[in-house]
Design a protein around this ligand. Structure first.
Ligand code: E4P
Length: 219
């Protein structure tokens, strides 16, 4: 399973990359705004800075909502670096744009997916990644993990090449359950990844090993 970090914060991206387990980054307009990044030039420079940190898979979202606008913007984003994946919303024009980018050899991440029907459309259009938002479904009393299970099952039935990218992942158990269900990728905040490190028996075991070592060394 690939790990993407869901942030536009360069320090967090560096920290996750230095851990040695990072496969990519997802951003969205809200995450870019949180970092105070706005205006074409600054946005482009920020995406380039992210691409310079990681090895591949940097999702950059289009703001346009009409087909022509998405194509124009997506092409500009793709020119920034060959690590860019153009993020396109699950709308009628978005599906058309994904098909267009697929034919042009430009990778896409179909975002804001909340049903298996939407995921089928994304795969048929040739999306590289489909992003079901599990946390936002949980927030409104739908089962986000059940959606991951359904999409993985459907894609397996037909051998769709689109990778299931579990998004809106809020905690480490979400990540572990996505792995059990066969999601290809999870994208999450840094704390969800570092949360995997934690176990009280690791901490107490290490403390004991170090104490025994010190005792034997007469310290
Ligand atoms: C995915 O690409 C989105 O950026 C993200 O996972 C949304 O997560 P949120 O629901 O925590 O905002």
């Amino acid at each position: 399973m690939k790990f993407f970090i869901d942030t536009a914060n360069l320090d967090e991206i560096k920290e996750a990359y230095d851990l040695g387990v990072l496969d990519g980054v997802t951003t969205n307009p809200s995450l870019m705004a949180k970092e105070g990044i706005s205006g074409d030039e600054k946005v482009r420079a920020h995406y380039k800075a992210i691409c310079d940190i990681v090895d591949d898979n940097v999702s950059a979202e289009v703001i346009a909502t009409d087909f022509d606008g998405m194509i124009k913007e997506g092409k500009e984003l793709a020119k920034i670096d060959n690590k860019i994946v153009v993020k396109v919303p699950m709308t009628k024009d978005g599906v058309k744009a994904i098909k267009y980018f697929h034919n042009e050899g430009i990778r896409t991440n179909c975002t804001l997916v909340f049903s298996s029907g939407q995921a089928i459309l994304a795969a048929k259009a040739g999306a590289t990644f489909v992003s079901p938002f599990i946390g936002r479904l949980d927030d409104i009393s739908y089962d986000g993990l059940e959606l991951i299970e359904q999409i993985v099952h459907i894609y397996d039935n037909y051998g769709y090449a689109t990778q299931v990218l579990a998004a809106s992942v809020r905690h480490s158990m979400h990540l572990i359950k996505c792995a059990e269900l066969g999601a290809d990728v999870v994208t999450c905040p840094l704390k969800v990844i570092t949360g995997l490190l934690k176990h009280p028996l690791t901490d107490s075991g290490l403390a004991q090993f170090l104490a025994d070592h010190a005792k034997a060394a007469g310290k």
